[in-house]
Design a protein around this ligand. Structure first.
Ligand code: 5AD
Ligand code: SF4
Length: 452
């Protein structure tokens, strides 16, 4: 008997990966992915708690789902409703109290127990709550990734974080840092490649702190893991995110020099360009340290481009601190970046700081920062016009006859190409810059146009 499973994913790539794993765990029970929640037999909200009123968004979505759940019940069916992810971890009991129509609340460390929870929820009235940090690692209990056919695949190699940046909930919701054994990572990579992956992005909340058990005893850092993965036949591209500047060691920098498959865009969050703010945030490095790291990476690989995360309006941030962030941004030059207004997260040290920055100032700073960012991003995109970029074609484009993919720098690129090329890496001439993507052209077409 097949049942319809709808999973709605919020937040980071690690949640995207986890959602796929939850679908894998439920597949043996007959659950098959459904595009919408309408008429689904099970709906999972895989939530994110990193910023903003995440919990409120979840409650309003749960309200909407109750109507669908009731409709299904009136027709004699049942819709099991589960809340997973970091909001579940942080507010588990409160969710069951406020939304009694929720059947299951589970934290990110207990996905492998989903089948039991579904069974319990089916039997029982009242919700099932499992937000433990169990002694067993969930990765040992998850079935082998079913590897939905995708040319660009995600692979979680590390979870949790021990850094305790003062603004961040991750150390509380995802728990202590944990690295998967290298042999498990390599086995999963082989399976993904066998299912057509040409690119793998290694994921972790603090991925460059990776230190997994090595196949031959001892530990491997991320550098050694990447070198081993680069030897796998068929794997052409490797990426990793998200990194902490403090864990960017010499061995990892050298990998950017030596491993051509490692793509030339590095996401290296800095958060602020003010030493005072970096210290208050417990980031453990200075602006000069960050700049030195960027410099060393550029020495290692000249075409390396940078991406980052920025927070504006952290408690106590002055106009001068903010200006220092703009200066850092000017100095480094980013190909892209994510920027956020500081959002107090319950239970984190920064949330109880007395000198919170007023909302209008945060908004104004964010707008100024994003203006500079956009101009840098646009300049970077324009600098590629006329160049040839190898594009991994991942899917059909927005218009019939188009394909869409990613450049080495992770920019979306679209081009008029034969649908048979999905999954291939094709050199394309970059011929235009659009707000959210680049336009590419097959080299023969470009050559014909020039000679005509
Ligand atoms: N407020 C604003 N931004 C935050 N981030 C993490 N916690 C907060 C917060 N409380 C941002 C950081 C981090 C990214 C994933 O989210 O920039 O790097
Ligand atoms: Fe959060 Fe990243 Fe800091 Fe860890 S290193 S506490 S995940 S911001």
């Amino acid at each position: 008997m097949t049942r319809k499973l709808h999973i709605k994913t919020y937040g980071c790539q690690m949640n995207v990966y986890d959602s796929a794993r939850m679908a894998d765990v439920l597949a043996p029970l007959g659950y098959v992915a459904a595009e919408t929640a309408d008429d689904a037999d099970m709906v999972i909200l895989n939530t994110c708690h990193i910023r903003e009123k995440a919990a409120e968004k979840v409650f309003s979505e749960l309200g909407r789902l109750r109507a669908l759940q009731n409709r299904k019940a009136r027709r004699g069916g049942r819709m099991i409703l589960a809340v997973a992810g970091c909001v579940a971890q942080a507010e588990g009991a409160e969710i069951l109290a406020r939304a009694p129509h929720v059947d299951i609340v589970l934290g990110p460390q207990t996905y492998h127990r989903l089948p039991e929870m579904v069974a319990a929820a089916t039997r029982a009235a009242g919700g099932v709550l499992d937000t433990e940090f169990p002694a067993e690692a969930k990765f040992d209990f998850l079935p082998e990734a079913s590897a939905t056919r995708s040319a660009a695949a995600l692979l979680t190699i590390q979870e949790g974080c021990d850094k305790f940046c003062t603004f961040c909930v991750v150390p509380y919701t995802r728990g202590a840092e944990f690295s998967r054994p290298a042999a498990d990572v390599i086995a999963e990579a082989r399976r993904l490649i066998g299912h057509g992956a040409r690119e793998i992005t290694l994921l972790g909340q603090n991925v460059n702190a990776y230190h997994g058990a090595a196949p031959d005893g001892g530990d491997w850092g991320l550098a050694q893991l990447i070198r081993a993965l680069a030897d796998l036949p068929g794997l052409e591209r490797i990426r990793y995110m998200t990194s902490h500047p403090r864990d960017m060691d010499a061995a990892l920098i050298a990998v950017h020099r030596d491993v051509a498959a490692l793509m030339p865009l590095l996401h290296l969050p800095v958060q602020s360009g003010s030493d005072r703010m970096l210290a208050a945030m417990n980031r453990g490095h200075t602006v000069a340290d960050y700049r030195r790291t960027v410099e060393a990476l550029r020495q290692a690989r000249a075409d390396l481009a940078f991406s980052s995360d920025f927070i504006v309006g952290y408690p106590g941030e002055s106009e001068a601190d903010f200006q220092a962030t703009l200066d850092l941004m000017q100095g480094v030059g980013f190909a892209q970046a994510y920027s956020f207004k500081y959002s107090p997260r319950p239970g984190t040290p920064a949330a109880s700081e007395p000198d919170q920055v007023p909302e209008p100032i945060k908004s104004e700073r964010l707008a100024r920062l994003q203006e500079l960012l956009q101009s840098q991003q646009r300049a970077f995109n324009l600098s590629l016009v006329g160049s040839v970029q190898r594009v991994l074609l991942e899917r059909p484009g927005r218009h019939p006859g188009q394909l869409a993919g990613r450049s080495p720098f992770l920019q979306p690129v679209h081009a008029w190409l034969d649908a048979g090329l999905v999954g291939a890496i094709v050199p394309l001439r970059i011929v235009g810059v659009e707000p959210n993507s680049l336009a590419g052209e097959a080299l023969v077409e470009a050559a014909e146009r020039i000679s005509a």
